[in-house]
Design a protein around this ligand. Structure first.
Ligand code: SAM
Ligand code: SF4
Length: 369
C-alpha cells in the first residue's frame, strides 16, 4: 500500500454517496481541466492518481494480433485496412495453441493482461468466433486478465465472451464525434457507442480510449474526453494511443505529436475519470524513458510490452520486455498483478471494484477497509 496521507477524496465522496466520481462534467468544465497550465495539471493528476491507485504499480500488458490484416474497414490510421497498401500481409485466425504459447511466455515475463486483437469489422457467429471463445477460456485459465478487441459486437456475442471468462473488451472511441467521419467512413460513432453499450449489459469491463495525432483539434480532444467522462460508468480502462504513422495510409504524413500533448491528455483523463486505468498504448516506442516517466507521473499506469518489439503489427511497435523491466526498475515501479479487485464476472459494482483495485492512500479513508 502507498504511504498514508491526510485526506481522502473517495472517503469524502462516499459520504456524498458517489465515490468522488463524476459523470456530469460539462464541456466547459472538461475544457477548463484540459487547459490547466501543464505543470499544475500534472501535479493535480498525480494527486488524484495517488488517491485512487497504487502509484508504485504499472500494469504490463501484451497484445496478440490473433487475426492480422485484410480488414474491410477504412480507418485512416490503420496498417490492417485492406483499402491501403501497407507492409502488413493478411493472415488467417491463429490457432489456439499458438496464442496460448505466446500468452504463457508473456505471463512469465511479468505480463498480467493479455489482449487479443482481430482485424475484423465485426464479430460473426461462426467457427472462428468459437475458436476465439476457446482462446479466451484457456488464456483466462492461465490466471491473467483477458481482453479482446474484435470489432463490433452484439449483446449475445458479448454474453458469450462473458461466459468464456473475458475480463475486458476494447472498443476505442478513437476521436471526437465531430472528427470521426474524417477518419472512418465505414461505420459511425453511434455504431461504436452501441457496441460499448452491449458490453455494458454484461460484467465484462470496458476499455475505450482514443488516438491523438489524427489531425484533430484541441476541441476534438476535449470532446472525446467529454464523451468518455460522461459515460456512466466510466470505461474501466482509457487507452491513450499516439498515432503510429503507417506508410500507405492517408495519415502517414501527419505531423508528430509533441510529448506534452500526450501528457496533457493522460493527465486530463486521470482527473476526469479517477478510477479508470489510463493506459499508455500505441506510440510509446517513440517516447524516451523520461517522456514515459512524465506520462506515469500524469497518471498513466499501464503499458504494452512484447518479446519482439511489436505491439500490434510491425507498423505499430512497442519497447520489448527487457527494456521495460529496466525502465520500471529505474523508476521504482513494479508490475501490477492481475485481478487485484477480483474477477468482474463475480464482482458487481465495477467502479467500486476498480477503486479497491487501486487501493487508497488516505488515512481517514473508510471506503477501502
Ligand atoms: N478491429 C478492431 C477495432 O477496430 O476495434 C480492433 C483492432 S485495433 C487493434 C484496435 C485499436 O488499435 C484501434 O481502435 C486504434 O485505436 C488502435 N490503433 C490501430 N492502429 C493504430 C495506429 N497506427 N496508431 C495508433 N493506434 C492504432
Ligand atoms: Fe479494421 Fe480495426 Fe484496423 Fe479499423 S482499426 S481497419 S476496424 S482492424
Amino acid at each position: 500500500m502507498p504511504e498514508k496521507t491526510g485526506h481522502c477524496a473517495v472517503g469524502e465522496a462516499n459520504r456524498r454517496g458517489n465515490h468522488g466520481v463524476r459523470h456530469d462534467w460539462t464541456i466547459e468544465e472538461v475544457r477548463e481541466v484540459f487547459e490547466t497550465p501543464l505543470m499544475e495539471l500534472v501535479y493535480r493528476a498525480a494527486g488524484v492518481h495517488r488517491q485512487f491507485h497504487d502509484s508504485a504499480e504499472v500494469q504490463v500488458c501484451k497484445l496478440i494480433s490473433i487475426k492480422t490484416g485484410g480488414c474491410p474497414e477504412d480507418c485512416s490510421y490503420c496498417s490492417q485496412s485492406s483499402r491501403y497498401q501497407t507492409e502488413v500481409k493478411a493472415s488467417g485466425l491463429m490457432e489456439k495453441d499458438e496464442v496460448l504459447a505466446i500468452a504463457r511466455k508473456a505471463k512469465a515475463a511479468g505480463v498480467s493482461r493479455v489482449c487479443m486483437g482481430a482485424a475484423w469489422r465485426e464479430v460473426r457467429d461462426n467457427k472462428q468466433f468459437d475458436r476465439v471463445l476457446e482462446m479466451v477460456k484457456d488464456v483466462n485459465d492461465l490466471g491473467v486478465e483477458v481482453c479482446c478487441t474484435l470489432g463490433m459486437l452484439t449483446e449475445s456475442q458479448a454474453k458469450r465472451l462473458e461466459e468464456a471468462g473475458l475480463y475486458a473488451y476494447n472498443h476505442n472511441l478513437d476521436t471526437s464525434r465531430e472528427h470521426y467521419k474524417n477518419i472512418i467512413t465505414t461505420r459511425t460513432y453511434d455504431d461504436r457507442l452501441e457496441t460499448i453499450a452491449n458490453v455494458r449489459k454484461t460484467s465484462v469491463t470496458v476499455c475505450s480510449g482514443g488516438i491523438i495525432g489524427l489531425g484533430e483539434t484541441t476541441a476534438d480532444r476535449i470532446s472525446m474526453l467529454h464523451t468518455a467522462a460522461t459515460m456512466h460508468p466510466h470505461p474501466e480502462s482509457f487507452p491513450v494511443n499516439v498515432l503510429s504513422k503507417v506508410a500507405g495510409t492517408p495519415l502517414a504524413d501527419e505531423p508528430d505529436v509533441p510529448v506534452w500533448d500526450t501528457v496533457r491528455v493522460i493527465a486530463a483523463a486521470r482527473i476526469l475519470m479517477p478510477t479508470s486505468v489510463v493506459r499508455l498504448s500505441a506510440g510509446r516506442a517513440n517516447l524516451s524513458p523520461s517522456d514515459q516517466a512524465m506520462c506515469f507521473m500524469a497518471g498513466a499506469s499501464s503499458i504494452f510490452s512484447s518479446e519482439t518489439g511489436q505491439m500490434l503489427t510491425k507498423a505499430v511497435p512497442s519497447p520489448d520486455y527487457d527494456a521495460d523491466r529496466e525502465l520500471l526498475d529505474t523508476l521504482g515501479l513494479k508490475p501490477r498483478v492481475p485481478f487485484k479487485g477480483g474477477h468482474p464476472n463475480s464482482t458487481k459494482g465495477r467502479e467500486t471494484s476498480e477503486i479497491r483495485q487501486g487501493g487508497c492512500a488516505a488515512e481517514s479513508c473508510t471506503a477501502h477497509a
